[in-house]
Ligand binder design. Structure first.
Ligand code: MN
Length: 280
């Protein structure tokens, strides 16, 4: 598999520090958006990134990468929870996690919280991950529209976060990739400021991933920059290059995507420390 990727993070125009963190290392791409008092948010997202960085070598060779990715996410959960339990100033800290690894003609994703992974294919942008938010549940239940969710007073309430409980349900996704696919992994600072069609216009018009990530962040800041913004753009240049064996078709469901979600109501709502209004 041949990839080209770029990524960046920015504090934005309103917050005084950046609680987002990201990892862009070979085939592994991670975005974590931390939350919590004092420096808890930064500790939670930073600890998560460190855990994934330390696990990279094992992930790259594990025969069952989607399971291993979820295990690393649980290890990160335990590491954050343990730090939070040992320091009153870090109590209740947590972080979102959207981790994606490209290997063997597939993309493997582990996901908790309201950061997102999207796929651009044939000019169409699809959100691959589900937002673990109260308003996300309202939208899925048909109680409010996507548009109403953008300005809903409870839009900052996330229903699942890493590090808040001793264990956390992890959404696991496996999908086959095609040459020419472009993946976007981002924190809510991006999609809170830009509509999907604005995000799509950058993804389709800026060919180089690093430049595209930086231009998306600039656009979020021009729209108000009300939150920290993190963006990773991954291009699949050759899905089955480098002499990899072909994809075994019967190993995965034919609908390409396999969701092994936990119970989204398993842990209680977690309030983001400083809920910020997001301008539509
Ligand atoms: Mn955020």
């Amino acid at each position: 598999m041949k990839l080209n990727a770029g990524g960046s993070t920015h504090v934005g125009l309103v917050r005084d520090h950046n609680e987002d963190a990201f990892l862009l290392d070979g085939p592994l791409f991670v975005v974590a958006d931390g939350m919590g008092g004092h420096n808890g948010g930064e500790v939670a997202s930073g600890t998560t990134i460190e855990t994934f960085h330390g696990a990279l070598k094992g992930l790259a060779v594990d025969p069952n990468p989607v399971t291993r990715l979820a295990e690393v996410a649980q290890a990160a959960n335990r590491a954050v929870f343990s730090k939070a339990s040992g320091d009153p100033e870090l109590a209740r800290m947590g972080t979102t996690l959207t981790a994606a690894m490209a290997r063997d003609g597939r993309l493997f994703i582990a996901h908790v919280g309201d950061s997102r992974c999207y796929r651009l294919r044939d000019g169409r942008l699809d959100q691959l991950t589900v937002d673990h938010t109260l308003v996300g549940e309202f939208v899925r239940e048909g109680r409010i529209t996507e548009e109403q969710a953008r300005t809903h007073p409870q839009r900052s309430i996330i229903t699942r976060a890493l590090g808040v409980e001793p264990a956390v349900p992890i959404d696991s996704i496996t999908l086959e990739v095609a040459s020419g696919d472009r993946f976007l992994i981002c924190s809510d600072g991006l999609y809170g400021m830009l509509y999907d069609d604005e995000i799509l216009s950058y993804l389709t018009s800026v060919p180089e991933p690093q430049q595209c990530a930086e231009q998306l962040i600039d656009a979020a800041n021009r729209a108000g920059g009300e939150d920290n913004t993190t963006v990773i753009v991954v291009d699949i240049l050759d899905a089955n290059g480098n002499g990899r064996k072909p994809i075994i078709e019967d190993e995965w469901p034919t609908d390409q995507m396999k969701a092994v979600g936990g119970d989204p109501t398993a842990s209680g709502p977690v309030a983001v420390a400083a809920p910020m209004p997001r301008v539509a």
